[in-house]
Each structure stands twice: as C-alpha cells, then as structure tokens.
Design a protein around this ligand. Structure first.
Ligand SMILES: [Zn+2]
Length: 336
C-alpha cells in the first residue's frame, strides 16, 4: 500500500497533466520521499497502468528503478545523506566532512542531464530532497533550469521547511501539502512493514509513521521501550541512573537530550491523566497505574525542573551526575 492515499489519488487520478515542478511539503517522517519515489517510478514506467495505480514493477524501466540505475532519473540530495544510505562508500573518517548542502556542482551536472535527451525516450525525473538544502545561489541556478520549458521533464522537490524556500521557487512549483496520515492508514502501513506491534508509539512520534519505522529498525525504539518500562516502575533513582547511562552509551544509543525529552513527555502526559484529559504521547493504559500515584503539584514541579535540565542535556559536564539529577527530580513525584 501507499501511505498518503488521498494525495496519491489526487496526483495520479488522470485528467489533468501533472505540472513539471512539484513541491511535496510537510513535516518529516510522514512519507513525502516514499510518495515522490513512487510517483517518479510511475512517470518513468513504460507500461503505465490506469488512474491511481503504481508503476507496473516489471517493465525495463521499473527494473532499472528497482536497481537504482535508471538513466532518466536523478536524485539531488546533500552528500551527507547519500552516505547514510551507503551510496558513495566514503570512509567513516570522511563522513563528518560530507556536505549537508546541495552543491552548485550537482546543479551543473543536472544541466547536462537536462540538455541531453532522455535515454529511453520517455519522461525524465529529478527528485530534490530536501529543497531547503539549496542555498539561494544553488536554488537560483535550479530556477534557470525550471524556466526552460520541456515537456518530458519533472522535478519533485521535498521540503520539511517550505516556508524557508525562495519565493521564486515556491511560485514556480505546485505545492502539495502533506499532513500526518490518518491513524488507521498508518496502522495498516506499519502492519505491512511487519511493525504492527509498534503502532502504540505513533502519538509519541507525532503520527509520523516513517520516523517510527526508522526508530524501530535502528533499535532506538527498543531503548525507548526500556526507558518507558523503567518510568512505569520507578524504583531507586540512583540505580535507574546507572541503567539509563547504559542506554545512552549503547550501540543503538539514545541521545541524552532525547532521553530527557522522553521523561518530559512522560511527565506531561501524567499531568494530563491526573486532570482527566486525554494523554498526548503515550496510551492511557501505559500511564494510568503511575498517574494514580503521582500528586499534581509535585508533577508540575518535576516538569519544570526537568525542563531546566534539558538545556544542559547536549553537553552535561558529567553524564553520570546529570542522569542522577534527572532521575531524582523526575521520579520524586512518582514516589511520593
Ligand atoms: Zn513499469
């Protein structure tokens, strides 16, 4: 299945021709890139099926797409992102130097791609992810290409922060807004990825199913589950600090700040539960046994103190002391 079904149907419903520059805008982790890739495959497919359908998956073009070797398809993204996907095989030591920006050189290569005819006589597609990785100079050279009319060329830009883009870039592309997919759709998608057991974490991940799937596959979700299990059965804060130090140091590590944010969200939801409001990040069942025991004034104090600690989370002078401090403050209202 394709996430964001409604948007997909709007784009592939036929009738109106697709514009040559599309901008997929919306929060990260909701499936913009996946939909862009599916649309690119459909535009390049040599045996296109009817309205709403995905690419055939079997023609020579689809096979080349599946192998990541289609000559009429380009992906422009910062070098640093290509390496995450294992694209360029740069040695570990060089990763830090990899650019987080799309470089002007990448646009020049695109000009060549644009001016040389397509290899397979059909459409050509360029995906740009994310569009905000282009500085104004780079974006302006892209605009020059966008201004040259070409009937067979499609640009699909992805942006998590579209308001930061150049107005000229916005005005020359059709914006497609992505929100969070409906819960039921996300649940079905997670089930298809064999991740149905993770669905209760959707609210925690802001209903961004791709972000959740990413955490599940990298092992970070397991660390989060351990953390929440600890929060449900708070015991001795100092013993807990030792265990959490292990979570921060582990392979699929949580960043210290991430850990603090989980505690913050936990306390926030406990507060909501305490006043009878629906929780925002965790499910009621997970929270309720703890919420009953916590006194509201103590909870609010703990929220405030953990909020102050968050400012130090990225550079704690002494991680062990920092975690002890956090555990003592966060768990005090739960033990009272
Ligand atoms: Zn095909």
């Amino acid at each position: 299945m394709i996430l964001n079904d409604k948007i997909w149907k709007g784009l592939t419903g036929g009738g109106v021709r697709l514009p040559h520059a599309l901008l997929f805008a919306g929060p990260p982790g909701v499936g913009k890139r996946e939909l862009a890739e599916a649309l690119a495959a459909r535009l390049l497919c040599e045996a296109p099926r009817g309205a709403y359908e995905t690419a055939c998956g079997e023609c020579p073009s689809c096979l080349m797409m599946a192998n990541g070797q289609h000559p009429d398809y380009r992906v422009l993204q910062p070098e640093a992102d290509s390496e995450v996907e294992g694209g360029e095989g740069v040695a570990d030591g060089d990763k830090k130097k990899a650019s987080r920006q799309i470089r002007i050189q990448q646009i020049r290569e695109l000009e060549d791609f644009f001016h040389v005819g397509g290899h397979r006589g059909g459409a050509r597609v360029c995906l740009i992810d994310p569009a905000e990785a282009m500085n104004p100079i780079v974006a302006n050279s892209l605009l020059k290409i966008l201004e040259e009319p070409s009937s067979s060329f499609y640009f699909i830009m992805i942006s998590h922060r579209w308001r930061n883009l150049l107005p000229t870039l916005l005005s020359r592309s059709r914006r497609v807004m992505f929100g969070h997919p409906p819960v039921e759709e996300s649940q079905r998608w997670l089930a298809e990825q064999k991740l149905d057991h993770t669905a209760r974490w959707l609210p925690f991940f802001g209903h961004a199913p791709l972000a959740l799937a990413d955490a599940a596959r990298s092992g970070r979700l397991k660390a989060l589950e351990t953390l929440v299990a600890d929060l449900q059965r708070p015991g001795d804060p100092l013993a807990l600090a030792v265990r959490w130090e292990g979570l921060v140091k582990a392979d699929a590590a949580l960043e210290m700040e991430e850990l603090v944010v989980v505690v913050q969200k936990w306390l926030f939801d406990l507060g909501l539960s305490r006043v009878g409001a629906p929780p925002r990040y965790f499910d009621r069942q997970t929270l309720e046994p703890v919420a009953k025991k916590a006194a509201l004034p103590a909870l609010l104090r703990a929220q405030q103190q953990v909020g102050q600690l968050r400012a130090w989370a990225n550079h704690p002078l002494n991680p062990k002391l920092f975690l002890e401090d956090l555990c003592v403050r966060a768990l005090k209202p739960l033990n009272s």
